[in-house]
Design a protein around this ligand. Structure first.
Ligand code: AMP
Length: 426
């Protein structure tokens, strides 16, 4: 064993587990295609200020969870991205995307980094898939991203999910609400825990996110943001809900839902899974029209998006037996050689088969025929192709179906014809 271990809160993934990731990624990509979202990839690190501005200085992410570093003593601080939205918006503004087309539908599958205390479903490097729809935040746009997200869960067969949804109003509504909330909590300041006390000054909305059971009743009786939302905002929210009903998406309106990030406005949502423990949030999102201005874009940009945690999604799928029996696909053919001197020829045979799009494995370690057969079975190969001196000289090879055990002799060209699969590229 190496003296080095993977860093706490990070994970290695080998082929037998990678197939689970590929299953989910495949569905995400398929649904993204159906909903016409194009893939966006942004750098893994950005200037630290981007996240300070884009996520908000009072959030836990910026306050204590960022992996930041100085590239050199004079350099500007950099940070490993803790979420995707700020980077995508930065990229969109930098490219001036909206001047090229009025609407952009982007999706991603990306690694993120947060200095959190690792536990089940909470890592320091984790992966999210998500989408950002830029240029529109109409009820239809909100329903579009929500349908995409819920569509992925549906396609994967995941059940036991709860979609909670709320409206946060506009900036003005939130400012009035913030004042009301501060006035409400102030007389109870002594009963608040340390982090809530801090939030009381900086951002009292975040007290509502507290998981502290001692504060539950106090929070439940607090004024509701919904009562501060103007009539237009309420009407828009109703429209979103009606579109979701039309599309058969079930939801629960939860006026206590306030997302931790500062740039959200109007619709916000969160999905939890009954299969997860303390960390039961599987995804969330909402509208963030104010982010572009916050990042120096000069004005608001209508925008709505979501992000789903892949690790938690996989934990929930595992609990529901949705990953059972999933294993890497073995090669179609295993080339078995009788003696070492034929291994050069075996490589040529494998090369021809691979060129025809037939996945082929062969012995690379000079093992006995028996060991090669064992390996072919272990890998789940469909056929074994035998090469001995006679086969080499006659050009007629034995092909054995490893499931039915039937065996016949063919030329290599015939075998290629029989097993040929269209090659995707090349
Ligand atoms: P957020 O960006 O905080 O809204 O998170 C969106 C989703 O990402 C959550 O619902 C989780 O599924 C996932 N997530 C967030 N933080 C972590 C983490 N540290 N480890 C694993 N998954 C996470």
């Amino acid at each position: 064993m190496s003296q080095y271990q993977a860093v706490k809160g990070t994970k290695d993934v080998f082929p037998d587990e990678a197939v689970q990731w590929q299953l989910v990624e495949g569905v995400v990509r398929r649904l993204a295609g159906l909903y016409a979202f194009g893939e966006v990839r942004t750098p893994v690190f950005e200037y630290t200020e981007l996240f300070q501005r884009g996520i908000g200085a009072t959030t836990d992410i910026v306050g204590k969870e960022m992996f930041s570093f100085l590239p050199d003593p004079q350099g500007r601080s950099l940070t490993l991205r803790p979420e995707m939205t700020a980077g995508v918006m930065r990229a969109a503004l930098q490219r001036n995307l909206l001047s090229q087309a009025p609407l952009h539908k982007l999706f991603y599958i990306s690694d993120l980094f947060r200095k959190e205390r690792p536990q089940a479903g909470r890592q320091r490097q984790f992966t999210q898939f998500g989408a950002e729809l830029l240029g529109a935040s109409s009820p239809a746009a909100v329903a579009e991203v929500l349908s995409f997200m819920m569509g992925v869960f549906d396609a994967l067969g995941l059940t036991g999910l709860r979609l909670r949804i709320n409206t946060l109003g506009d900036l003005e509504d939130r400012a009035r609400y913030r004042d009301a909330l501060r006035a409400y909590f102030l007389p109870f300041a002594d009963e608040l825990d340390e982090s809530s006390k801090e939030r009381l000054e900086k951002n009292p909305l975040r007290i509502l996110d507290s998981k502290n059971p001692a504060l539950k009743e106090l929070i439940a009786a607090a004024p509701r943001l919904f009562d501060f939302v103007k009539a237009e905002g309420v009407a828009e929210f109703e429209e979103v809900l009606s579109l979701l009903r039309d599309r058969g998406v079930s939801y629960e309106v939860d006026h206590l839902l306030v997302r931790g990030l500062d740039y959200y406005c109007h619709t916000a949502f969160e999905v939890t899974s009954s299969e997860l423990g303390a960390q039961d949030a599987i995804g969330g999102g909402g509208r963030y029209d104010g982010l572009a201005r916050e990042l120096g874009g000069g004005k608001d940009m209508p925008a709505v998006g979501f992000a789903v945690g892949m690790e938690r999604l996989l934990i929930a799928m595992e609990k529901q037996g949705l990953l059972e029996g999933l294993k890497p696909v073995g090669p179609k053919v295993f080339v078995v050689v009788q003696q070492l001197e034929l291994s050069g020829h075996a490589m040529q045979v494998a090369f021809q088969l691979r060129r025809a799009g037939i996945s082929t494995e062969l012995d690379l370690a000079g093992r006995s025929m028996k060991a090669q057969m064992r390996e072919a079975n272990r890998l789940g190969a469909a056929y074994a192709l035998f090469i001995g001196q006679t086969e080499f000289e006659s050009g007629q090879y034995g092909l054995k179906n490893l499931v039915s055990s039937e065996q016949s002799t063919f030329t290599l060209d015939s075998i290629t014809e029989i097993l040929r699969e269209p090659l995707l590229c090349g």
